[in-house]
Design a protein around this ligand. Structure first.
Ligand SMILES: Cc1cc2nc3c(=O)[nH]c(=O)nc-3n(C[C@H](O)[C@H](O)[C@H](O)COP(=O)(O)OP(=O)(O)OC[C@H]3O[C@@H](n4cnc5c(N)ncnc54)[C@H](O)[C@@H]3O)c2cc1C
Length: 406
């Protein structure tokens, strides 16, 4: 186990985001970093449950560029000895209504503005890319060749390995219990293995980010929302290089995993938690598999892929990714507690977003004049008087339920 020692920067949490920001900071020249993870290894909490899709087609050039940066990081890590298992298989985004087809035109414009290769293709071409799927109902289809998928736990491990090579220290089986402040700024942390002095603490504690912020004296609306998908046992003709897909009208996404079909979706009535109901030392309640919801995913998707009907399920992915009331990441230092930096509010795309989040965090910490976009992600947009838990939970649930909203 890494012995604890003082560091300029402490990162709390060894999920995709914590490992990704440590990697980005080390690449930017910051090497006196200590990453602390309470589990015996990195990538074991929400990250381990991720479906691993990475989609870059989003509704603004800024969000697309963030995702594009992640892809460039995954490509780079894929060249190292500990790989994220990045598979650049492309993706199909399928519109089933005219209204959605009109939205796709706007997505294409945003992609063009960001410099992302994405094209509107006809059903015939889509069929060549995913032969077993039926595209008769499709009103528009976007093909993005540089989208793909990775193995989430491998992403965290790959970052951690690269971090280690750059001198970042990683202390696992170590639990941060308090944040020490002096004269209004962060001065250190206390853990179950001893104390550490530091100048910056980065909160990448996932479903515990609310509790860690509270240790620094900040109340932030970070709301865990249930999310789940299933993977079938291997099926015939599901090649690993078939593109990922998203069908917004069905609120579904999927890909091939281990020869089976991975199918996930956004539920119509999002189950969410008040993080104050569990403690820093505890965990959110375990997610119980919701078969009616998973069966509804299967029922919908069977219209396009009849083989999915009554398929045998092998694995259920489920967890509590965190959502924010405005559906945006929380990144950067708080002016209210100097030295306390947020890297959270993943809104269920923290693995695919990890590379971009790292870039924005570096900009927020090291650039004398960060962009307006980076500033807009600051934790200080949520002051204690500007929100209530009832509203935060309702809005976070709405963000989840309208994830593919037009
Ligand atoms: C079913 C499902 C499917 C998903 N699919 C995708 C997908 O396809 N693509 C995508 O990009 N995202 C997906 N996500 C979301 C993704 O999993 C999350 O956005 C991402 O894992 C969040 O990473 P994180 O590092 O913030 O959190 P975590 O992985 O939870 O990491 C936080 C870490 O902090 C540690 N920690 C907490 N408190 C302390 C403490 N006091 N001291 C020390 N360590 C502490 C925890 O042990 C944990 O390891 C999915 C999520 C789920 C549940």
């Amino acid at each position: 186990m890494t012995k604890l020692s003082n560091a300029e920067i402490v990162v709390i949490g060894g999920g995709a985001i914590g490992c990704g920001v440590a990697y980005a900071l080390a690449k930017a020249g910051k090497r006196d970093i200590l990453l602390i993870e309470r589990a015996p290894d990195v990538g074991q909490a929400t990250t381990a449950q991720g479906a691993g899709l990475c989609g870059q087609v989003r509704d603004s050039a800024e969000r697309i560029k963030l995702a594009m940066h992640s892809v460039s990081v995954f490509r780079e890590l894929q060249k190292s000895s500990v790989k994220p298992d990045w598979n650049e298989v492309g993706s199909l985004r399928i519109a089933l209504s005219k209204k959605r087809a009109a939205e796709f035109q706007n997505l294409k414009l945003a992609a063009d503005e960001a410099g992302l290769e994405a094209s509107l293709i006809d059903p015939g071409e889509a069929k060549r890319r995913w032969p077993l799927m039926q595209f008769d109902e499709a009103k528009a289809i976007i093909w993005c060749p540089s989208d793909g998928w990775m193995t989430p736990r491998s992403v965290a491990k790959s970052y951690a390995h690269a971090c280690g090579e750059m001198g970042v220290r990683i202390a696992t089986s170590t639990m941060v219990e308090d944040i020490v402040r002096k004269n209004g700024r962060v001065a250190g942390i206390r853990t179950n293995q001893g104390s550490v002095e530091c100048q910056f603490v980065i909160n990448a504690a996932g479903a515990h980010a609310y509790h860690v912020a509270k240790l620094a004296g900040l109340e932030l609306p970070i709301v865990p929302v249930r999310h789940e998908y299933y993977i079938t046992v291997p099926m015939e003709n599901l090649a690993p290089n078939l593109p990922c897909f998203r069908i917004p009208e069905m609120t579904l996404y999927g890909r091939v995993r281990d020869g089976g079909l991975l199918l996930g979706g956004w539920e119509p009535a999002a189950m969410n938690l008040d993080p104050r109901t569990y403690s820093l030392n505890g965990d959110p309640e375990p997610v119980q598999t919701d078969w009616p919801i998973l069966n509804s995913f299967e029922e919908s998707f069977s219209r396009l892929f009849p083989t999915a009907k009554n398929s045998e399920k092998g694995f259920i992915g489920k967890g509590w990714p965190t959502f924010t009331p405005d559906g945006r990441f929380i990144i950067g230092e708080s002016a209210r507690v100097k030295g306390f930096v947020m890297a959270g509010g993943c809104n269920a795309h923290g693995i695919s977003g990890s590379g971009g989040i790292g870039k924005l965090l570096v900009e927020s910490m090291l650039e004398p004049r960060p962009s307006a976009y980076v500033k807009s992600l600051s934790p200080d947009r949520f002051t204690e008087s500007s929100w209530s838990w009832d509203d935060a939970r309702r809005q976070a649930a709405h963000v989840y339920e309208t994830y593919y909203g037009v």
